[in-house]
Design a protein around this ligand. Structure first.
Ligand code: CP3
Length: 377
């Protein structure tokens, strides 16, 4: 019974390796300010965090884009920053400016965070699990329900810098300076967020996406990998452990994500996981599945999807990657962008999406145009 219901969930089928034509679709940030009904509920709910922590409102805004557009996947309405909030850091959303956290300058702030085994973390996040439970009951059975969280580096960069500074300079400086502290923070996020995604899956999420939105701003320096022993004395470069050669993307992003994925699958065998490593380039995107063990790679708009498909095995599941600005533009440019995604992924397992979140100024009619182009026979 459960099997036959699941078989109708097209996004889940693609995540298992099937190629579907047309590919199933959803959009990052599909519940958001470009929708008048979202703006209405948002005004009623109060602050953005009130909206995230109120299952009634969170369920409503999650369902809005499904009702309007019939996307094949629904993504839980919440934010990646509810996790630092649950760890005890102050988090606010400033109207028109974005998130603000009390920045973490060093060990003193780290020591004040809740420990990974503090049950208060998940008491704080209980409204999120309640939202997932209600969503699974309210969604059409054929809609795949996605849970999510931020990748450890992306969440850490907000926790350290207090905001998404353009170049993430504070996070990079700390990562290049007190690497042990950044390792400790990333470790805590790996542990807590592994448990967080396991709980979302147990509450009814069919699959989860890990957002590494700041993969493009990793420190340039290549620090010694945390799992190697510091060599003592004067050792020649060649005598250093092999892991010395790993790059920042592996050390700070892909390895922590790989630990999360292994931890999730140990608790929920066969859990389906998408990793979106924005700004990691063609090379980084090609490494996501082999290095993290993800089931699918979310492709950002800066990557040439055809070039990526030529680089990775045909069995690799991709997701993406229409430029959000092309969706704003609409018209022939949008049709051409949809066609390009279809041409690059014909006969291959692919989930149609944008290459980053939809922006508030996007006309709703352009989303309709995009889906009509995608679904035409
Ligand atoms: O519909 C969905 O995609 C689900 C909900 C969702 C939100 N944030 C809602 C939101 C998801 C999956 C996120 C993830 C998220 N949050 C990321 C990773 C994805 C990405 O965009 O790269 C990041 C980096 C954040 C942190 C964050 N939250 C920022 C930087 C901002 C401000 C930017 C903005 O658009 O205002 C937010 C606020 C936010 N999260 C909004 C929404 C709908 C807008 C706030 C509002 O309604 O006032």
């Amino acid at each position: 019974m459960a099997q036959s219901v699941q078989a109708d969930r097209k996004v889940l089928r693609v995540l298992s390796g099937e190629a579907l034509s047309p590919p199933p679709a959803w959009m990052m940030r599909q519940a958001g300010r470009y929708l008048p009904e979202y703006r209405e509920t948002r005004a009623e709910a109060g602050s953005f965090l009130d909206l995230c922590y109120s299952p009634d409102f969170a369920v409503e805004v999650t369902l809005q884009p499904i009702r309007r557009f019939g996307f094949e996947a629904s993504i839980l309405f919440s934010d990646i920053l509810v996790v630092p909030h649950a760890l005890g850091q102050d988090v606010r959303f400033v109207e028109g400016e974005g998130p603000r956290l009390d920045p973490m300058h060093g060990r003193a702030e780290f020591e004040r965070l809740r420990r990974a085994d503090d049950p208060a973390i998940f008491t704080h996040l209980e409204p999120v699990f309640e939202t997932v439970r209600r969503l699974r009951a309210d969604l059409p059975p054929e809609t795949t329900l996605l849970g999510f969280c931020g990748a450890p580096w992306t969440v850490a960069s907000y926790m350290i810098g207090g905001r998404g500074t353009p170049d993430l300079a504070p996070a990079r400086a700390l990562a290049e300076g007190d690497t042990a502290l950044v390792d400790a923070l990333i470790d805590r996020l790996v542990t807590v967020q592994t448990a967080y995604l396991v709980r979302q899956l147990r509450a009814g999420a069919d699959a989860v996406q890990i957002f590494e939105s700041h993969a493009g701003s990793l420190p340039k320096a290549v620090p010694l990998a945390s799992d190697t022993v510091e060599p003592v004395g004067d050792v020649s470069e060649s005598a250093l452990p092999e892991t010395r050669a790993i790059d920042a993307l592996s050390r700070w992003s892909f390895r922590p994500i790989a630990r999360m994925i292994a931890g999730i699958r140990a608790e929920v065998p066969g859990a389906k996981i998408i990793v979106f490593a924005r700004g990691s380039g063609l090379d980084g995107h090609a490494r996501v599945v082999p290095e993290t063990g993800a089931d699918a790679v979310g492709v950002d708009w800066a990557v040439d999807l055809a070039a990526l498909r030529a680089r990775v095995p045909a069995s690799t599941v991709t997701q993406g990657n229409v430029h959000p600005d092309t969706l704003i533009e609409g018209g022939p440019a949008l049709d051409a962008a949809v066609d390009a995604v279809l041409a690059a992924t014909r006969g291959l397992p692919h989930i149609f999406n944008l290459g980053h979140g939809i922006t508030p100024q996007t006309p709703v009619a352009h989303v309709e145009q995009m889906l009509a182009r995608l679904r035409r026979r």
